[in-house]
Write a protein that binds this ligand. Structure first.
Ligand code: HAM
Length: 423
């Protein structure tokens, strides 16, 4: 029978690399928890209208990349292309904004965009994100950026940089928009581009075509239009980041791929990944909640691409993912002979009962094959038990990293459990 393959462009993880993926994801989540964010688990599909209103029609994400279908009840459903709109929907629906503010949540899961697949760009990919909703203090902006920064540092990444800018408040943006639209009307734009520019003229800063990049060089920059309040906020964020030791550069031409952004926006870029170098990004969104029918509260958050952070860690040599799992059991036990097999099965079970992770070699493999399995398993220690060991009540425990052996008592399971626990 013909084999069935995964759909084109999806990322998937299996051992041993999946254990590194998990390590990356747990580290990112750990940084969020460390700063007081609580978990939120949301549906992977939502009413299509949520993303049209939330993310914006001028974006590639909404206009070209959504997985949209009609469900059996004739409703238009879309697989979530990003997480912020869904979090807002849920916060509004469950009145979370009526309690303690800011609402600080993290999420982790699969997201879907029908992009052209390549290394680091997938149609199903994974993000860890955080959102802090209600409260537009510069301290929150700096906190959110620092959480992402810390998560990358904790993983050991060094070859990345952080770009920040401010899109200002509504008043600053509308003054800039007047001048930008005037500027754009002097360019000879094709119909589709002109339409995008009409919905969000900032999109033109993000256009990858050489002639547009060239014409946009003399375009008015939003950063030069910030009013006093927006400028003071942005300066405070920079001051805080500097105090935190978070290095950044100001990039006034940065445009994020989603339309809800206002105020502080940022992007983390890895320098060893080639074209798909954005490992995470985010920013403030003043109008999103009210656009979705909620209160007029501001929020800020980020999304980090777990797939890309794993690639970045591999590119920097932090992980060598093609060998053993990064985390495995503490003890791998090998039985030689029938009698030893029952003893080892019992031992492994007793260790697990005590909360100590353990695994064993199955079947009747030769010692060499079993040792190979122990090595490949990534276990911390291994032990070989045969008739001689059972008779003497002693066996050799091998440290799989150093290769060192030590003799341990195996007369009772509890002897082994205690010994392994102490190591
Ligand atoms: P985003 O920049 O669209 O922002 O995505 C965040 C991250 O997800 C990117 O930096 C990238 O690492 C990863 N990513 C995006 N698309 C793909 C893809 N096709 N394949 C692999 N990785 C990808 C957002 O999604 C916003 N919701 C972030 C945010 C939260 N802003 C405020 N709060």
């Amino acid at each position: 029978m013909a084999k069935i393959q995964a759909p084109k462009g999806v990322s998937e993880y299996f051992p041993p690399r999946s254990t590194y993926f998990e390590k990356v994801r747990e580290t990112l989540i750990g940084a969020a928890k460390n700063a007081g964010y609580s978990m939120m688990e949301l549906p992977v599909f939502e009413d299509t209208e949520l993303f049209i209103r939330g993310v914006g029609e001028s974006t590639d994400v909404v206009s070209k990349e959504m997985y949209t279908f009609e469900d059996r009840g004739g409703r238009s459903i879309t697989l979530r292309p990003e997480g912020t709109a869904g979090v807002m929907r849920s916060v509004i629906e469950h009145n979370l904004d009526k309690g303690q503010l800011p609402v600080k949540v993290w999420y982790s899961g699969a997201f879907f965009r029908a992009e052209r697949p390549q290394q680091g760009r997938y149609r199903q990919f994974y993000q860890v994100g955080i959102e802090a909703i209600g409260g537009s203090y510069p301290e929150i902006d700096a906190e959110v950026i620092a959480v992402a920064w810390r998560s990358f540092k904790t993983l050991g990444l060094t070859n990345f940089h952080l770009d920040i800018t401010s899109l200002g408040d509504a008043e600053s943006r509308s003054r800039h928009r007047v001048d930008l639209v005037k500027f754009l009307s002097g360019l000879n734009l094709d119909e589709a581009t002109a339409r995008r520019a009409e919905i969000n003229p900032l999109r033109l800063f993000d256009d990858k075509r050489a002639e547009i990049i060239e014409s946009m060089k003399s375009a008015p920059l939003l950063l030069d239009y910030l009013n006093n309040e927006s400028l003071a906020h942005f300066q405070k964020v920079q001051e805080l980041l500097t105090n935190f030791g978070v290095e950044f550069r100001i990039n006034p031409r940065m445009v994020r791929g989603l339309d809800y952004y206002t105020g502080t926006t940022f992007e983390f870029v890895h320098d060893g990944l080639g074209a798909q170098s954005g490992i995470g990004g985010g920013g403030r969104y003043d109008g999103l909640m009210s656009d979705l029918g909620g209160a007029d509260l501001s929020g800020i958050g980020f999304g980090i691409g777990v797939d890309r952070v794993l690639l970045a860690a591999e590119a920097e040599g932090i992980f060598v993912t093609d060998e053993r799992p990064i985390e495995s059991v503490k003890l791998f036990a090998i039985a030689m002979g029938v009698e030893a097999k029952s003893y080892v099965a019992g031992l492994v079970n007793a260790l697990r009962d005590e909360g100590i992770s353990a695994d064993m070699a199955y079947g009747d493999r030769a010692l060499k094959g079993s040792m190979k399995a122990a090595d490949k398993s990534g276990a911390r220690f291994s032990i070989v038990i045969g008739a001689d060991e059972l008779a003497s009540g002693q066996a050799q425990l091998k440290d799989m990293q150093s290769g060192q052996m030590q003799s341990i008592t195996i007369a009772r399971y509890s002897d082994v459990t205690q010994k392994i626990r102490s190591l």
